[in-house]
Design a protein around this ligand. Structure first.
Ligand code: FNR
Length: 341
């Protein structure tokens, strides 16, 4: 596909619709129930206005940051999303190559359709691993150890999926994994009977060798418990509006979590990031970095690795432009004062 037609992230979705099966497109694009949260994730970003700074002398802003002792070129990470072979025949290998070319951390989903061993061979940038804890805790432990042994540099435990959400639209789209698309590290869909609790988080923290982040925290009290249970980081997320419909937009939830955490651990966020200005707003409101889900899936569907790279590069370029126009030379210089009050 000619990627020169894709100037922004919305362009990728428009073109992906034409290239993906209806089933795969509905799987990626849909949210839970009436899809209110998915809509609010966007509306809340749109409602935030920015405060420009003129004549500030900033030429090329510096987007680098350090996270868990890892040096990153920019604060845009690839969110964990399942089943990349539904989106492109090269699946997660293309995502890993695309992330590498865009200097982005790629958080690989537990529901990868490519074995971790193959992904690590393809990667040129740090990989993190997203974990779904299964009833079989021994399997969970060996999966964590495999990821650590293979060099994955952080573990994101998804905590907002005690049960899968009410996915009416996905069901209507006829979601079904083709027989040749295999989730090598997950024995079938999530249908757990032994609920994940804070005790399990403490248990994982007792042997994990990499930083453990909890993904799917939305309020201050859970953020506090996360820290008390030993988490090294928090990801404010509503699972892209796919789990519990009518929970707030993540950009609305972020400031309270960031206030409670008060810099004790890094807070990341995802949900609705579609423009560089969204990245700037998230950082201004307390995020150290952001993750991007659906647009990466659409980039992958449009053009494999190149599509993934271009999605991240567009966001990064837009972020740099927003930094210049708000007078921020560095990521740490992005604070509340970029928001129009
Ligand atoms: C997801 N997400 C997700 N999260 C997770 O922890 N494990 C997973 O396997 C998946 N799978 C998944 C598949 C697809 C198709 C989507 C769209 C999302 C959620 C994801 O990590 C992230 O929280 C949201 O996608 C972020 O919102 P945006 O960027 O899609 O608006």
């Amino acid at each position: 596909m000619d990627l020169s037609e894709c100037l922004n992230l919305a362009d990728f979705e428009e073109r992906a619709v034409e290239r993906m099966s209806k089933m795969a497109y509905e799987y990626v694009a849909s949210g839970a129930a009436d899809e209110l949260t998915i809509r609010w994730n966007r509306q809340a970003f749109d409602a935030i206005k920015l405060n420009p700074t003129v004549l500030n002398g900033i030429g090329q802003p510096d987007t680098r940051l350090s996270l868990f002792g890892q040096e990153l070129s920019h604060p845009i990470l690839i969110a964990p999303t399942a089943y990349h072979k539904l989106m492109h025949p090269e699946g997660e290998l293309a995502t890993a190559r695309g992330a590498g070319a865009a200097a982005a951390v790629y958080v690989v989903s537990s529901f990868t359709t490519t074995p971790l061993a193959e992904i690590t061979r393809e990667a040129t940038q740090p990989l993190w691993f997203q974990l779904y804890v299964r009833d079989d805790r021994e399997l969970t432990k060996s999966l964590i150890q495999e990821a650590e042994d293979r060099g994955f540099r952080a573990l994101c435990i998804t905590v907002d999926t005690a049960v899968p959400g009410v996915r009416n639209r996905q069901e209507k789209g006829g979601f079904r994994l083709p027989d040749d698309v295999i989730t090598h590290h997950m024995p079938g869909p999530l249908d757990e009977k032994k609920p994940l609790t804070w005790k399990d988080i403490e248990w994982i923290n007792s042997f994990a060798r990499t930083p453990v982040l909890l993904k799917g925290i939305l309020n201050a009290s859970d953020a506090e418990k996360a820290i008390q249970s030993g988490a090294s980081g928090i990801i404010v997320s509503n699972h892209g509006g796919r789990n519990l419909d009518t929970v707030p937009a993540t950009i609305d939830a972020l400031p309270r979590v960031a206030d409670q955490v008060n810099q004790r651990v890094p807070v990341l966020m995802d949900g609705g990031i579609r423009r560089g200005t969204d990245v700037l707003k998230a950082i201004a409101l307390g995020a150290s970095a952001v993750l991007v889900g659906k647009p990466v899936c659409f980039g992958l569907a449009c053009a494999g690795a190149e599509g993934v790279t271009k999605v991240v590069e567009i966001l990064r370029t837009e972020l740099e432009i927003a930094m210049i126009l708000t007078g921020r030379a560095t990521i740490s210089g992005i604070d509340h004062s970029v928001i129009w009050k």
